[in-house]
Design a protein around this ligand. Structure first.
Ligand code: ADP
Length: 304
């Protein structure tokens, strides 16, 4: 029998700093070829978890396996399959884009063609620019290029779009999707909901050192108290009491002639056919879907 092995497997991970728990029993598995998000408030334990995956920190207990290797003891083979994004401070301000690409390529046993990588990441016309003179978006593109230069199977991107303007952020998202589509597994640390919702195939929501939920973005949103809010003005007087009995309804409110029904997808259809049966039209109908923001607030603690 062939046993399925996830490319990253974290089980019962614990890590404390001076007796203070930073990661308190985290488990998750990342499948090859997905963008797996680690989402959570500041101090949730995201970086510590990812640093254990990268082999930069040694867990107090629990196990971490990356493509079968233990990052704490197998750093050598790990660096050949895992590419990590550098932090801003880790590049000399005076180094040019070309020098950085050449230098990092020279350090890899099987480097990617850095010219092609620069082309793919839109850096070709910046090759002679010094790092300090790059815009925020260009720096991030360079970091992605450097993370990919060793032809890794897995790339770790930590708070990639912090400090970027909305356009640069969207461009960066497209690049991350391109990276995934080229077959590389992406472990993405973020505290931006929109980013996680747009990019991640699955998300582990971390809070106070624990995984509070692990699901697809749609799955997390589906767990919120209100999946959908349906609001309308009835074309004729309506007895709202029967609305509470429609499928998946969680609440019915009336506000200044506008009726707001919280429920799910299923509620929308049932409500509209109920109204049709009463020969009532839903005027100014608005259907608002819950977002990952709502799920996050529901699933993380109040002092997050
Ligand atoms: P996140 O990435 O979600 O912000 P971190 O993993 O950085 O979370 O931090 C989790 C907790 O561990 C926080 O309370 C943080 O203050 C603490 N912490 C992180 N790194 C260290 C360290 N090197 N020494 C002491 N405490 C640390």
């Amino acid at each position: 029998m062939l046993l399925h092995m996830s490319i990253i497997q974290v089980s019962g991970l614990h890590k404390a700093y001076g007796g203070r728990k930073a990661v308190d029993g985290v488990s998750f598995a990342v499948e090859e070829g997905e963008i797996f998000g680690i989402l959570g408030p500041n101090g949730a334990g995201k970086s510590t978890t990812v640093e254990c995956v990268e082999g930069l920190r040694r867990p107090d207990s629990g196990s971490v396996r990356v493509a079968g290797y233990d990052p704490a003891t197998d750093r050598g083979p790990l660096t050949r399959i895992l590419g990590a994004q550098l932090q801003d401070s880790e590049l000399q301000p005076k180094i040019t884009v070309r020098e950085a690409l050449e230098l990092y390529a020279a350090c890899c046993p099987e480097p990617a063609d850095w010219h092609a990588l620069a082309e793919r990441l839109g850096l070709t016309d910046r090759l002679r620019t010094r790092f300090a003179k790059l815009s925020g978006g260009q720096k991030q593109r360079l970091f992605i290029a450097l993370a990919l230069i060793g032809n890794p199977r897995i790339v770790v991107l930590d708070e990639l779009t912090t400090g970027l303007d909305p356009r640069a952020r969207r461009d960066t998202w497209q690049l991350v999707e391109d990276v995934r589509d080229s077959g590389v597994t992406v472990l993405l640390v973020t505290h931006f909901m929109e980013e996680a919702q747009r990019l991640c195939d699955r998300i582990a929501l971390l809070d106070k050192g624990r995984v509070t939920a692990l699901d697809t973005p749609a799955g997390l949103i589906g767990r919120t108290r209100s999946g959908m809010a349906i609001s309308f003005r009835p074309s004729a007087p309506l007895d709202t009491r029967p609305l509470a009995d429609l499928p998946s309804v969680t609440s019915v409110k009336e506000d200044d002639g506008r009726i707001v029904v919280d429920g799910t997808d299923e509620t929308v259809h049932a409500l509209l056919s109920f109204l049709a049966g009463q020969k009532i039209t839903a005027r100014q109908l608005r259907i608002t879907e819950a977002t990952l923001d709502d799920a996050y607030l529901d699933l993380t603690g109040p002092d997050a």
